[in-house]
Design a protein. Structure first.
Ligand code: 5MM
Length: 340
């Protein structure tokens, strides 16, 4: 195992006030986002959109790493440079999503199991040769009356740990993403209990698979009330619940926690990250960073709308969200960022 390389890469990804940009939407997810805005769902449009993102001037000031999808990993700019090379030249670490999606879990109605372990070692070797230095795998857990079940949590946690071990074997930092979904009417307390249970099982399995914790990043959800819960929480309540929960489950050896945004608005994601850093930053063993997809990309996607003429304005919108999240990492984000 390339221990020191893994440790260095993981630390670099959460250094200073930077974070990760997730642009690893699978083709169906990317097409869904395009369809909502009337953008044609073709490979060329997806390429154009991703070229707009990776060529954003100054992106590396706030983005340490970008998570790509297999299609994107193999694409080039119109000028002929691979997206991977564009990122490396800009000083951004390329990463890759390596799960093949969350599928219905047999005998577990309403629950998902993430697939992708078959042939994973060979795929990881290829991605590493192509320039990736980290890899991501997402498991999802829906909160319902009887879910998530213990067997769903165990099976997904074990698969996350097996993927993480394979990543470290080839020199890729695993970004371990167990996502407890926001959909539902559950309370903040329920989300906290489920998130803690999931994270404890994930770390038990990571230990069992002998994963080196200094060479991973965790990409969890925030602890939030369900979207349709009548009692919503303010940013400080979310910050307290999230950090209290993480402290029960995430070992100090982990260098960083890079949150997903999960469908929160871009502004709320920044506000809540900011509240956590203001209230806890100096007292935590791990960095509190971001690995957002929608909360960084959505405003830019809406401005771009499939038109080359809008690319420069879309890049400015992307940079704006990056700067907001950098400020949130420093605990300096406030309303004035949204008025400029
Ligand atoms: C939860 O999704 C991840 C973070 O994105 P958000 O910040 O928008 O929540 C993201 O990396 C995710 O894995 C992809 O966007 C969706 O991938 P699939 O495989 O569902 O297309």
């Amino acid at each position: 195992m390339k221990t020191q390389t893994l440790i260095n890469t993981a630390s670099e990804l959460v250094a200073a006030d930077k974070g990760l940009l997730a642009m690893d939407e699978s083709t169906p997810t990317c097409n869904k986002r395009f369809a909502a805005l009337g953008i044609p769902q073709t490979e060329e449009m997806r390429r154009d959109y991703r070229e707009m993102i990776v060529t954003t001037p100054g992106l590396s000031a706030g983005i340490s790493g970008v998570i790509l999808y297999d299609e994107t990993m193999r694409q080039k700019t119109k000028a002929g440079a691979s997206f991977v090379q564009v990122l490396v030249d800009a000083g951004i670490i390329p990463g890759i999503k390596v799960d093949t999606g969350a599928k219905d879990m047999a005998t577990h109605p309403g629950e998902k199991i993430t697939e992708g372990l078959d042939g994973l070692r060979e795929r990881l070797i290829e991605y590493h040769e192509m320039g990736a230095r980290f890899a991501k795998w997402r498991a999802v857990f829906a909160i319902g009356e009887d879910t998530p079940s213990q067997s769903c949590i165990e099976a997904n946690a074990q698969d996350l740990a097996r993927y993480a071990a394979l990543c470290q074997e080839v020199g890729l930092v695993p970004v371990v993403e167990p996502e407890v979904l926001m959909e539902g009417s559950h309370t903040l307390e329920k989300c906290s209990a489920v998130t803690e249970e999931v994270l404890q099982e994930v770390f038990a399995q990571l230990y069992a698979q002998r994963v080196m914790l200094e060479g991973i990043l965790l990409k969890p959800n925030l602890v939030l009330p369900g979207k349709s819960c009548l009692q919503q929480a303010n940013a400080n309540e979310v910050a307290d619940a999230t950090v209290t929960c993480l402290l029960q489950a995430v070992p100090a050896a982990v260098p960083g926690v890079a949150f997903l945004s999960g469908g929160q608005s871009a502004e709320l994601a920044s506000l809540r990250l900011n509240a956590m850093n203001i209230r806890f930053k100096s007292r935590l063993p791990w960095e509190l960073a971001f690995s957002f997809a929608r909360a960084i990309q959505q405003p830019a996607l809406e401005i771009w709308a499939g038109q080359l003429a809008n690319a420069a304005a879309a890049q400015q919108a992307l940079l704006h969200r990056v700067r907001c999240n950098q400020a949130a990492r420093r605990g300096e984000y406030n309303d004035s960022y949204e008025q400029s």
